[in-house]
Each structure stands twice: as structure tokens, then as C-alpha cells.
Ligand binder design. Structure first.
Ligand SMILES: [Zn+2]
Length: 106
């Protein structure tokens, strides 16, 4: 049973790898969707010791922000997720600071 689950997870990891031709032709945003809930929103997940095998294959863990399912994606896709989250975090911080300054003026 455990071996079957492990085999399925390895198989799922490999099915997540898009063929090189598709990777080049895909648009930069909304390329990833959660397999469980279909959400396009992910964050980079923390590394665990068993992830080393996936890292060797240049795959990095990401976690769905909606259902918290953990998946492995290509290293560059994970980098893009991290960059997008960083930009979103900076925008939220700027908006919060702007709101705080307008509240002080009132
Ligand atoms: Zn999900």
C-alpha cells in the first residue's frame, strides 16, 4: 500500500513535467493549476529531507494556497512562483503603508 502510494507520487511528479516544446509556447502566467482544486495560486513550500531526490531532478515543492496540496514543479517554475509572491507581498506592504499614512492625515 505504502509502496503503491510512493509509486503514484513519483509518477505524478513526472507527469507534472511539461514537454520542452510546450514550456516554450506556454504563456508566462496561469500556466499552473492545482490538480486538486484548480487554483492558480501557489507558494513555495519548505524543503524536507525526502525532497532531496526531487531536487536532484531539478524539481522544487510548491503548495497550493487554497487547498494546501503540496506538489513538485520545475525549478524555474518555483522561482517564478517565488518572484510573483515577493512582488505581491511588496504591493500589499505598500498599500498598507499608504492606507496608514492616509489614516494619519485624517
Ligand atoms: Zn489546490
Amino acid at each position: 500500500m505504502l509502496e503503491q502510494v510512493a509509486d503514484e507520487s513519483i509518477l505524478n511528479a513526472f507527469t507534472l513535467i511539461p514537454p520542452p516544446v510546450c514550456r516554450l509556447s506556454m504563456p508566462r502566467s496561469s500556466t499552473m493549476e492545482c490538480k486538486l482544486c484548480g487554483s492558480p495560486s501557489f507558494r513555495v513550500s519548505r524543503l524536507r529531507v525526502p525532497d532531496i531526490c526531487q531536487l536532484v531532478l531539478l524539481r522544487y515543492p510548491v503548495r497550493c494556497r487554497t487547498c494546501y496540496k503540496r506538489e513538485f514543479v520545475g525549478f524555474f517554475t518555483a522561482l517564478r512562483v517565488r518572484r510573483e509572491n515577493k512582488v505581491r507581498h511588496q504591493e500589499e506592504r505598500r498599500r498598507r503603508m499608504r492606507n496608514a499614512s492616509t489614516a494619519r492625515q485624517i
